[in-house]
Ligand binder design. Sequence first.
Ligand code: KIV
Length: 286
Amino acid sequence: MTKVTVSDLTAFKQQRKKITMITAYDAPSARFADAAGIDAILVGDSAAMTVFGYDQTTAITLEEMLLLARAAKRGTTRALLVADMPFGSVQVSDAATVENARRFVNEAGVDAVKIEGAGTMARRIGAVIDAGIPVVGHIGLTPQSADRLGGYKPQGRTADAAAQLLEDAGTLERAGCVAIVLEAMPQPVAAAITQSLTIPTIGIGAGVECDGQVLVWHDVLGLSVKVPKFVKQYADLGSEIVNALRAYIDDVQSGRFPEPTNTYAMSEEERARFEKARQDLSATKP
Ligand code: KIV
Protein backbone atom coordinates (compact mmCIF):
# COMPACT_ATOMS: atom_id res chain seq x y z
CA MET A 1 0.00 0.00 0.00
CA THR A 2 1.95 3.01 -1.23
CA LYS A 3 0.92 6.46 -0.05
CA VAL A 4 -0.69 8.60 -2.75
CA THR A 5 1.26 11.81 -3.31
CA VAL A 6 0.37 15.05 -5.08
CA SER A 7 2.58 14.10 -8.03
CA ASP A 8 0.63 10.84 -8.41
CA LEU A 9 -2.43 12.95 -9.32
CA THR A 10 -0.87 14.14 -12.59
CA ALA A 11 0.57 10.66 -13.20
CA PHE A 12 -2.96 9.21 -12.83
CA LYS A 13 -4.20 11.70 -15.44
CA GLN A 14 -1.42 10.71 -17.84
CA GLN A 15 -2.24 7.02 -17.29
CA ARG A 16 -5.96 7.75 -17.76
CA LYS A 17 -6.62 6.29 -14.32
CA LYS A 18 -9.67 8.01 -12.86
CA ILE A 19 -9.00 9.69 -9.52
CA THR A 20 -11.42 8.89 -6.69
CA MET A 21 -11.95 11.38 -3.89
CA ILE A 22 -14.48 11.54 -1.07
CA THR A 23 -14.94 13.85 1.87
CA ALA A 24 -14.30 12.59 5.40
CA TYR A 25 -14.28 14.55 8.61
CA ASP A 26 -13.14 12.12 11.29
CA ALA A 27 -10.81 9.19 11.91
CA PRO A 28 -13.26 6.29 11.39
CA SER A 29 -14.61 7.68 8.10
CA ALA A 30 -11.09 8.31 6.83
CA ARG A 31 -10.16 4.75 7.84
CA PHE A 32 -13.14 3.32 5.92
CA ALA A 33 -12.31 5.42 2.85
CA ASP A 34 -8.69 4.35 3.00
CA ALA A 35 -9.63 0.68 3.43
CA ALA A 36 -11.87 0.93 0.36
CA GLY A 37 -8.89 2.16 -1.66
CA ILE A 38 -9.95 5.77 -2.27
CA ASP A 39 -7.16 7.90 -3.79
CA ALA A 40 -7.84 11.15 -1.94
CA ILE A 41 -9.74 12.24 1.15
CA LEU A 42 -11.04 15.79 1.33
CA VAL A 43 -11.75 17.33 4.71
CA GLY A 44 -14.26 19.62 3.06
CA ASP A 45 -15.81 22.72 4.55
CA SER A 46 -19.08 20.97 3.65
CA ALA A 47 -18.56 19.77 7.24
CA ALA A 48 -20.22 23.07 8.16
CA MET A 49 -23.48 21.45 7.06
CA THR A 50 -22.84 17.70 7.31
CA VAL A 51 -21.16 17.71 10.72
CA PHE A 52 -21.98 20.99 12.47
CA GLY A 53 -25.49 21.55 11.12
CA TYR A 54 -24.94 25.09 9.84
CA ASP A 55 -26.83 26.07 6.68
CA GLN A 56 -23.81 27.29 4.72
CA THR A 57 -20.12 26.49 4.44
CA THR A 58 -19.02 30.00 5.38
CA ALA A 59 -20.01 29.37 9.00
CA ILE A 60 -17.21 26.92 9.75
CA THR A 61 -14.06 28.32 11.37
CA LEU A 62 -10.38 27.62 10.81
CA GLU A 63 -10.11 26.03 14.26
CA GLU A 64 -13.06 23.73 13.56
CA MET A 65 -11.54 22.70 10.21
CA LEU A 66 -8.17 22.02 11.86
CA LEU A 67 -9.85 19.82 14.47
CA LEU A 68 -11.58 17.75 11.77
CA ALA A 69 -8.43 17.56 9.63
CA ARG A 70 -6.41 16.26 12.60
CA ALA A 71 -9.05 13.60 13.25
CA ALA A 72 -9.15 12.54 9.57
CA LYS A 73 -5.36 12.36 9.50
CA ARG A 74 -5.41 9.78 12.32
CA GLY A 75 -7.56 7.49 10.14
CA THR A 76 -5.61 7.97 6.91
CA THR A 77 -2.75 5.74 5.84
CA ARG A 78 -2.64 5.56 2.04
CA ALA A 79 -4.92 8.25 0.63
CA LEU A 80 -3.79 11.77 -0.19
CA LEU A 81 -5.24 14.05 2.50
CA VAL A 82 -6.54 17.45 1.38
CA ALA A 83 -8.19 20.04 3.64
CA ASP A 84 -10.40 22.93 2.63
CA MET A 85 -9.28 26.37 3.69
CA PRO A 86 -12.50 27.80 5.11
CA PHE A 87 -14.02 31.18 4.43
CA GLY A 88 -12.11 33.86 6.32
CA SER A 89 -8.82 31.95 6.27
CA VAL A 90 -7.90 33.12 2.76
CA GLN A 91 -9.55 36.55 2.61
CA VAL A 92 -7.23 38.76 4.67
CA SER A 93 -3.75 38.83 3.08
CA ASP A 94 -1.20 36.61 1.36
CA ALA A 95 0.81 36.34 4.58
CA ALA A 96 -2.21 35.34 6.70
CA THR A 97 -3.30 32.82 4.06
CA VAL A 98 0.14 31.22 3.95
CA GLU A 99 0.23 31.05 7.76
CA ASN A 100 -3.25 29.44 7.87
CA ALA A 101 -2.27 26.93 5.17
CA ARG A 102 0.91 26.15 7.09
CA ARG A 103 -1.20 25.27 10.15
CA PHE A 104 -3.05 22.62 8.12
CA VAL A 105 0.27 21.06 7.13
CA ASN A 106 2.07 21.35 10.48
CA GLU A 107 -0.78 20.82 12.93
CA ALA A 108 -2.97 18.41 10.94
CA GLY A 109 -0.46 16.75 8.62
CA VAL A 110 -2.44 17.28 5.42
CA ASP A 111 -0.75 16.79 2.04
CA ALA A 112 -2.46 19.74 0.33
CA VAL A 113 -5.03 22.46 0.94
CA LYS A 114 -7.96 23.33 -1.29
CA ILE A 115 -8.76 26.97 -1.97
CA GLU A 116 -11.89 28.17 -3.77
CA GLY A 117 -11.79 30.71 -6.58
CA ALA A 118 -9.53 32.07 -9.30
CA GLY A 119 -9.21 35.66 -10.61
CA THR A 120 -7.92 37.76 -7.73
CA MET A 121 -7.53 34.61 -5.64
CA ALA A 122 -4.96 33.16 -8.08
CA ARG A 123 -2.17 35.41 -6.79
CA ARG A 124 -2.95 34.40 -3.19
CA ILE A 125 -2.97 30.74 -4.20
CA GLY A 126 0.41 31.37 -5.82
CA ALA A 127 1.72 32.70 -2.50
CA VAL A 128 0.72 29.48 -0.72
CA ILE A 129 2.33 27.37 -3.46
CA ASP A 130 5.49 29.53 -3.28
CA ALA A 131 5.60 28.71 0.43
CA GLY A 132 5.87 25.03 -0.56
CA ILE A 133 2.29 24.02 0.22
CA PRO A 134 0.47 22.11 -2.55
CA VAL A 135 -2.90 23.60 -3.48
CA VAL A 136 -5.97 22.06 -5.11
CA GLY A 137 -8.03 24.74 -6.88
CA HIS A 138 -11.84 24.83 -6.97
CA ILE A 139 -13.93 26.63 -9.60
CA GLY A 140 -17.51 26.58 -10.87
CA LEU A 141 -19.99 26.53 -8.04
CA THR A 142 -17.78 27.63 -5.17
CA PRO A 143 -20.01 27.35 -2.09
CA GLN A 144 -18.13 30.03 -0.12
CA SER A 145 -19.30 32.53 -2.78
CA ALA A 146 -22.78 31.01 -3.21
CA ASP A 147 -24.49 34.32 -2.30
CA ARG A 148 -22.54 36.17 -5.00
CA LEU A 149 -23.22 33.38 -7.52
CA GLY A 150 -26.97 33.58 -6.97
CA GLY A 151 -27.23 30.51 -4.73
CA TYR A 152 -26.28 26.87 -5.15
CA LYS A 153 -26.64 26.93 -8.94
CA PRO A 154 -24.67 25.35 -11.76
CA GLN A 155 -22.13 27.70 -13.34
CA GLY A 156 -20.75 28.18 -16.85
CA ARG A 157 -24.03 27.68 -18.69
CA THR A 158 -23.50 30.59 -21.12
CA ALA A 159 -20.65 30.73 -23.63
CA ASP A 160 -19.12 33.73 -21.84
CA ALA A 161 -19.33 32.13 -18.42
CA ALA A 162 -17.91 28.86 -19.80
CA ALA A 163 -15.01 30.72 -21.43
CA GLN A 164 -14.31 32.46 -18.12
CA LEU A 165 -14.13 29.10 -16.34
CA LEU A 166 -11.72 27.81 -19.01
CA GLU A 167 -9.55 30.87 -18.49
CA ASP A 168 -9.72 30.53 -14.69
CA ALA A 169 -8.63 26.89 -14.90
CA GLY A 170 -5.61 27.89 -17.00
CA THR A 171 -4.73 30.62 -14.51
CA LEU A 172 -4.84 28.14 -11.62
CA GLU A 173 -2.66 25.65 -13.51
CA ARG A 174 -0.11 28.38 -14.23
CA ALA A 175 -0.23 29.41 -10.54
CA GLY A 176 0.94 25.88 -9.73
CA CYS A 177 -2.19 24.05 -8.48
CA VAL A 178 -1.82 20.26 -8.34
CA ALA A 179 -5.45 19.61 -9.36
CA ILE A 180 -8.68 21.55 -9.76
CA VAL A 181 -12.13 20.65 -8.45
CA LEU A 182 -14.81 21.52 -11.02
CA GLU A 183 -18.17 21.87 -9.30
CA ALA A 184 -21.61 22.01 -10.93
CA MET A 185 -21.08 22.92 -14.57
CA PRO A 186 -22.19 21.48 -17.91
CA GLN A 187 -20.30 18.39 -19.03
CA PRO A 188 -18.92 19.96 -22.25
CA VAL A 189 -17.43 22.82 -20.25
CA ALA A 190 -15.75 20.46 -17.76
CA ALA A 191 -14.56 18.28 -20.65
CA ALA A 192 -13.00 21.29 -22.43
CA ILE A 193 -11.27 22.39 -19.21
CA THR A 194 -10.02 18.84 -18.58
CA GLN A 195 -8.56 18.61 -22.10
CA SER A 196 -6.88 21.99 -21.80
CA LEU A 197 -4.92 21.15 -18.63
CA THR A 198 -2.01 18.89 -17.79
CA ILE A 199 -3.07 18.80 -14.11
CA PRO A 200 -6.15 16.68 -13.33
CA THR A 201 -9.68 17.90 -12.85
CA ILE A 202 -11.82 16.35 -10.15
CA GLY A 203 -15.49 16.81 -10.89
CA ILE A 204 -18.56 17.09 -8.72
CA GLY A 205 -21.65 17.63 -10.84
CA ALA A 206 -19.40 18.22 -13.85
CA GLY A 207 -19.84 15.00 -15.84
CA VAL A 208 -17.88 11.92 -16.65
CA GLU A 209 -15.07 13.50 -18.65
CA CYS A 210 -13.25 14.92 -15.64
CA ASP A 211 -10.06 13.11 -14.60
CA GLY A 212 -11.68 12.10 -11.32
CA GLN A 213 -14.75 12.50 -9.16
CA VAL A 214 -15.41 13.75 -5.64
CA LEU A 215 -18.59 13.37 -3.60
CA VAL A 216 -19.63 14.23 -0.07
CA TRP A 217 -19.52 11.31 2.41
CA HIS A 218 -23.01 11.91 3.82
CA ASP A 219 -24.55 12.13 0.31
CA VAL A 220 -22.92 8.90 -0.92
CA LEU A 221 -23.93 6.91 2.15
CA GLY A 222 -27.48 8.16 2.62
CA LEU A 223 -26.84 10.30 5.68
CA SER A 224 -27.99 13.63 4.19
CA VAL A 225 -31.45 15.13 4.43
CA LYS A 226 -31.37 16.54 0.88
CA VAL A 227 -28.91 15.78 -1.91
CA PRO A 228 -28.10 17.66 -5.13
CA LYS A 229 -29.11 16.04 -8.44
CA PHE A 230 -25.52 15.14 -9.33
CA VAL A 231 -25.17 12.78 -6.35
CA LYS A 232 -25.32 9.01 -6.65
CA GLN A 233 -26.23 7.42 -3.35
CA TYR A 234 -24.50 4.06 -2.80
CA ALA A 235 -26.02 3.06 0.54
CA ASP A 236 -28.87 4.04 2.84
CA LEU A 237 -27.01 4.09 6.12
CA GLY A 238 -29.43 6.69 7.53
CA SER A 239 -32.24 4.08 7.53
CA GLU A 240 -29.86 1.39 8.80
CA ILE A 241 -28.88 3.63 11.72
CA VAL A 242 -32.48 4.43 12.68
CA ASN A 243 -33.40 0.71 12.47
CA ALA A 244 -30.40 -0.29 14.57
CA LEU A 245 -31.19 2.34 17.21
CA ARG A 246 -34.85 1.26 17.32
CA ALA A 247 -33.73 -2.33 17.92
CA TYR A 248 -31.42 -1.12 20.71
CA ILE A 249 -34.21 0.88 22.37
CA ASP A 250 -36.51 -2.13 22.10
CA ASP A 251 -33.93 -4.49 23.61
CA VAL A 252 -33.20 -2.17 26.54
CA GLN A 253 -36.87 -1.55 27.27
CA SER A 254 -37.76 -5.26 27.08
CA GLY A 255 -34.74 -6.41 29.11
CA ARG A 256 -33.20 -8.38 26.20
CA PHE A 257 -30.04 -6.28 26.48
CA PRO A 258 -27.55 -6.67 28.11
CA GLU A 259 -27.27 -10.46 27.85
CA PRO A 260 -24.94 -12.56 30.05
CA THR A 261 -22.29 -12.39 27.30
CA ASN A 262 -22.32 -8.57 27.59
CA THR A 263 -21.65 -8.57 31.35
CA TYR A 264 -18.64 -9.21 33.60
CA ALA A 265 -18.49 -12.38 35.72
CA MET A 266 -17.41 -12.73 39.36
CA SER A 267 -16.13 -15.95 40.94
CA GLU A 268 -18.54 -17.70 43.35
CA GLU A 269 -16.00 -17.24 46.13
CA GLU A 270 -15.73 -13.45 45.64
CA ARG A 271 -19.46 -13.20 45.26
CA ALA A 272 -20.01 -15.01 48.61
CA ARG A 273 -17.45 -12.69 50.28
CA PHE A 274 -19.16 -9.66 48.79
CA GLU A 275 -22.56 -10.90 50.04
CA LYS A 276 -21.11 -11.30 53.52
CA ALA A 277 -19.59 -7.79 53.40
CA ARG A 278 -22.93 -6.39 52.30
CA GLN A 279 -24.73 -8.09 55.23
CA ASP A 280 -22.10 -6.86 57.69
CA LEU A 281 -22.50 -3.34 56.35
CA SER A 282 -26.29 -3.35 56.71
CA ALA A 283 -26.00 -4.82 60.27
CA THR A 284 -23.89 -1.85 61.36
CA LYS A 285 -26.41 0.69 59.98
CA PRO A 286 -28.62 2.34 62.66
O1 KIV B 1 -16.45 21.05 0.98
C1 KIV B 1 -16.59 20.13 0.17
O2 KIV B 1 -17.07 19.04 0.48
C2 KIV B 1 -16.17 20.38 -1.20
C3 KIV B 1 -16.58 19.36 -2.22
C4 KIV B 1 -18.00 19.57 -2.57
C5 KIV B 1 -15.70 19.40 -3.40
O3 KIV B 1 -15.58 21.37 -1.47
